[in-house]
Design a protein around this ligand. Structure first.
Ligand code: FAD
Length: 56
């Protein structure tokens, strides 16, 4: 979890994307690339993950 007050190193541009390094591996959660803060990040990364899987 990135915490309530993320550091600069935990900002969105430094987060891992939802598409993993291996075909078929995806990530979702508040540690990954997603809009907003805290649980918003988990929600948006999960949504992007589902959309990516559906379109792959
Ligand atoms: C005290 C507290 C208060 C918070 N208040 C807010 C708030 O007011 N608003 C807000 O937006 N956010 C809040 N947050 C943050 C929010 O809870 C998180 O951002 C959000 O839950 C992250 O969702 P997630 O799915 O990434 O991870 P999690 O919700 O942590 O889910 C991860 C799940 O994976 C499971 N898991 C872990 N390891 C394994 C394993 N090896 N095998 C199988 N399962 C595993 C865990 O048991 C857990 O169920 C709060 C967090 C805390 C701790």
């Amino acid at each position: 979890m990135s915490g309530g007050l993320p550091t600069l190193a935990q900002s969105r541009k430094n987060k891992i994307g939802v598409i993993g390094p291996v075909k078929g591996l995806y990530f979702a959660g508040d540690c990954y690339d997603g809009e907003g803060g805290r649980s918003d990040i988990a929600f948006h990364s999960a949504k992007r993950c589902a959309e990516t899987i559906t379109n792959d």
